[in-house]
Design a protein around this ligand. Structure first.
Ligand SMILES: Nc1ncnc2c1ncn2[C@@H]1O[C@H](COP(=O)(O)OP(=O)(O)OP(=O)(O)O)[C@@H](O)[C@H]1O
Ligand SMILES: [Mg+2]
Length: 263
């Protein structure tokens, strides 16, 4: 059974999509069957993995949640071996509205993913920058949440609201939800503020912080405009190495628990 990890933070532009795409690709290159689900109507994960696809997938998450499409027919391979994608586009905005009146409205994604769970070892969910129904669906469908925090002013702003939401989801809708970890992103070693933020987070939340810190690296921002993860764009870049290390940090946690190594 796959481990489902959502990448969430209601703060915008903190590196959620960059982390989802590059972590998923770095896990997939270890030959673990991996699925990435774009849960954001902005569709940035989808465009970030478009290389090799002439047109966006005809069926995407919206059609599965609201149009009765079968998930296995909407999932598409990417240019990265072992990595599949369930895409999204702006239609997904409508899903939040359409799902509101449904029974089990917060379990729709979990129900959907249950059909493909046995086929994957890891499933990553890229969330939109909001604590709305799509993010709630992602939290309910997940085993754990990975929280990217940008090494900038106000990094911790909103974190307590997110942690409160996680506790709420855990106590009501999804008791198995864990915090996979907090990931410092866009760290700039020449910038005193980056060090300040990193030390602040280390002081407040040491138990949840990943050892790996993602540096600010131009290759990470360039690669998405080519529709490919950084390992296919510049595997020797500091950004690529950091995400490969993050994948190893996560995989090594589960190697002994039997997740991710059941070929
Ligand atoms: N480590 C990094 N180094 C340099 N640029 C980065 C890095 N991480 C992300 N970026 C850039 O910062 C911007 C925001 O990143 P990203 O899209 O991953 O954030 P996000 O949290 O998904 O945003 P949103 O909340 O809008 O979904 C993008 O232009 C991305 O290319
Ligand atoms: Mg994003």
């Amino acid at each position: 059974m796959g481990r489902v990890i959502c990448i969430a933070n209601q703060k915008g532009g903190v590196g959620k999509t960059t982390t989802a795409v590059n972590l998923a690709a770095s896990v997939a290159i270890t030959q673990r069957r991996t699925l990435i689900v774009d849960c954001d109507p902005q569709g940035n994960t989808t465009s970030g993995l478009m290389e090799g696809m002439d047109t966006p997938p005809r069926l995407n998450l919206y059609h599965c949640l609201c149009g009765g499409a079968v998930i296995s027919e909407a999932v598409r391979p990417t240019a990265v071996p072992y990595l599949d994608i369930l895409a999204a586009d702006q239609n997904l905005v409508g899903a939040e509205i359409e799902m509101v009146s449904r029974e089990n409205r917060e379990r729709q994604l979990a129900i959907l993913l249950s059909h493909v769970l046995p086929q994957y070892e890891y499933i990553f969910l890229d969330c939109p920058p909001a604590l709305g129904l799509l993010t709630l669906n992602a939290l309910v469908a997940s085993d754990s949440i990975l929280i990217p925090l940008q090494c900038e002013y106000f990094a911790l702003e909103g974190l307590s609201a997110l942690l409160k939401t996680i506790e709420l989801v855990k106590s009501s809708l999804n008791p198995r939800l864990e915090i996979e970890g907090i990931l410092l992103t866009m760290f700039d070693s020449r910038n005193a503020l980056s060090h300040h933020v990193a030390n602040d987070v280390r002081a407040h939340l040491p138990q949840h912080l990943f050892r790996v810190v993602i540096p600010r690296n131009v290759r990470l921002s360039e690669c998405s405009s080519y529709g490919k993860p950084v390992i296919l764009y510049d595997v020797k870049s500091r950004g690529a190495i950091a995400y490969i290390e993050l994948a190893h940090e996560i995989l090594s946690k589960y190697a002994t628990k039997g997740v991710g190594n059941d070929q």
